[in-house]
Design a protein around this ligand. Structure first.
Ligand SMILES: Cc1ncc(COP(=O)(O)O)c(C=O)c1O
Length: 462
């Protein structure tokens, strides 16, 4: 029994037995097979032309014998090829936090499609979009990429260039996209490539320092080496479950990075869920650079990175304009007219201040529903909310580091809960029990999740 399990037993909280999980998994797999014959047929034949039968390898990571193929997605639900309506709390892992195919974005994109998609020239949407980013996030100089991964990659390159330092620092169990330097974890106090890290160019310790989130003392020690160009941080971890910053952590992070001459890059790709200006806007953070992607153009590929006046000045001083096209920052389609038109419409008409108010209140309802189930059944779980994003995790207490969150993870139970929900028409974010609200999420759909979770709890503890 782990320490956490012991604690739970002593406090009368309930853990779920592995045998029970296995038995329910068997039953749910059968149910999944019966429910999804068309998806199975497509997947079986897709193997002829696609590696593992999917267009992107991580799509194999859904529970069930094969992924469910979807037909249509609108608002907060989608219809799969077997005709089931699924309430979508995954929302493309934030790419569809706007709801699927939001009307203003679709209309702006459709108009743009008729008038030129990509030209290598700037379009008129760029300025109002940049101004809106500044209004929301408080940084005055923006550039656009095609993904959050690229926004992070470019931001990091710029930080290395202007500081003349070679390393970056990230928090244990972070995820910032497929950026070489960030695919790292902490093993016995030393940086190590993550399990499954494909083809790292050099050992991760050569490029990256890793510390636990919420640990300013170790952060200070690692920054003291004087070789860290930037800290790249989600303001709350969201990719190993949600790990919230402890009071005072962000003040310490900002003070220590300033003292060390290290730039602070805040990645708002997921924490945008905290409000119109993300966690940064909601909590008054002062990053040197800010990166974002996924939902800002309603699902049309777009990323962005912004910087302060001071950083912008240094970047301009270091830019070799004659070689700006081959310097390692940018991309031919980055800043294309379609992405900018979609982003402008999304920010001005979809992810508005009023929309966030509603989404966050739906998040509160979701959180309250999960908490009620935990309390009613005495489950040794916690629920954490970050704006309109909610996560339930195993364990008696909320983790304060990525390492603790990883240790609490139970892959068997996690897979079962995902499958259980999917079989009842509810799509949760894969990899952990996370739910995101979009402007179309409504009370009935949230309550359907609460009911399904309650039903699962009864069965798990039977
Ligand atoms: C915090 C964060 N940053 C960046 C990314 C990369 O996003 P993308 O894969 O769209 O480039 C992710 C993806 O999950 C993320 O969670």
């Amino acid at each position: 029994m782990t320490g956490d399990e012991q604690l739970a037993v002593e406090s009368g909280r309930q853990f779920v037995g592995a045998e029970r999980v296995d038995a329910l998994m068997k039953r749910e797999l059968e149910r999944f097979g019966e429910r999804n014959p068309r998806s199975k047929a497509i997947h079986d034949s897709a193997g002829e032309a696609l590696l593992s039968g999917v267009p992107m390898n991580w799509m194999t990571r859904w529970p069930g014998q094969h992924p469910v193929f979807f037909d249509q997605a609108r608002g907060n639900s989608l219809t799969d090829v077997d005709g089931h309506r699924l309430v979508d709390f995954c929302l493309g892992d934030t790419g569809a936090m706007t709801g699927h195919s939001p009307k203003p974005t679709v209309e702006a994109a459709a108009a743009r499609l008729e008038k030129g998609i990509t030209t290598m020239l700037p379009s008129e949407d760029a300025l109002p979009l940049g101004q809106e980013m500044t209004r929301r996030f408080g940084l005055g100089h923006w550039q656009f990429s095609l993904s959050a991964t690229d926004a992070n990659r470019f931001a990091m390159r710029l930080c290395r260039e202007i500081t003349g330092r070679g390393k970056i620092l990230v928090f244990n169990h972070c995820y910032h996209g497929s950026v070489d330097e960030t695919v790292a974890t902490l093993v016995d106090g030393a940086p190590q490539g993550r399990v499954g890290n494909v083809g790292p160019p050099v050992p991760i310790a050569e490029t990256t320092r890793v510390v636990e989130f919420n640990d300013p003392e170790t952060l200070e020690r690692e920054l003291a080496h004087g070789d860290v160009a930037c800290v790249l941080a989600e303001p709350a971890l969201t990719n190993i479950g949600i790990v919230l910053p402890r009071p005072g952590f962000h003040d310490a992070l900002r003070r220590l990075t300033r003292e060390a001459g290290t730039l602070l890059v805040i990645d708002e790709t997921h924490t945008f869920c905290c409000g119109p200006g993300g966690y940064t806007g909601a909590h008054g953070l002062e990053p040197d650079l800010l990166t974002i992607g996924k939902p800002i153009a309603g699902g049309i590929p777009t990323g962005a990175y912004g910087m302060t006046d001071e950083v912008a000045g240094r970047v301009l001083d270091h830019t070799v304009w004659e070689a700006a096209d081959v310097g390692g920052v940018g991309g031919t389609l980055a800043g294309n007219a379609l992405s900018l038109a979609a982003a402008r419409a999304t920010l001005s008409e979809v992810l508005t201040d009023a929309a966030f108010e509603r989404m966050i209140s739906m998040g509160e309802r979701f959180e309250a529903g999960v908490q009620a189930v935990i309390d009613r059944h005495g489950l040794a779980w916690t629920v954490t909310r970050l704006g309109c994003r909610v996560e339930y995790m195993l364990g008696e207490s909320r983790p304060v580091t990525g390492g603790e969150a990883a240790a609490a993870f139970d892959p068997g139970l996690d897979a079962l809960l995902h499958l259980y929900m999917l079989n009842r028409g509810i799509l949760m974010t894969p990899f952990h029990m996370m739910a995101l609200m979009c402007p179309d999420t409504d009370e009935a759909d949230i309550d359907a999740h609460t009911e399904a979770l309650s039903e699962a709890a009864v069965e798990l503890l039977a």
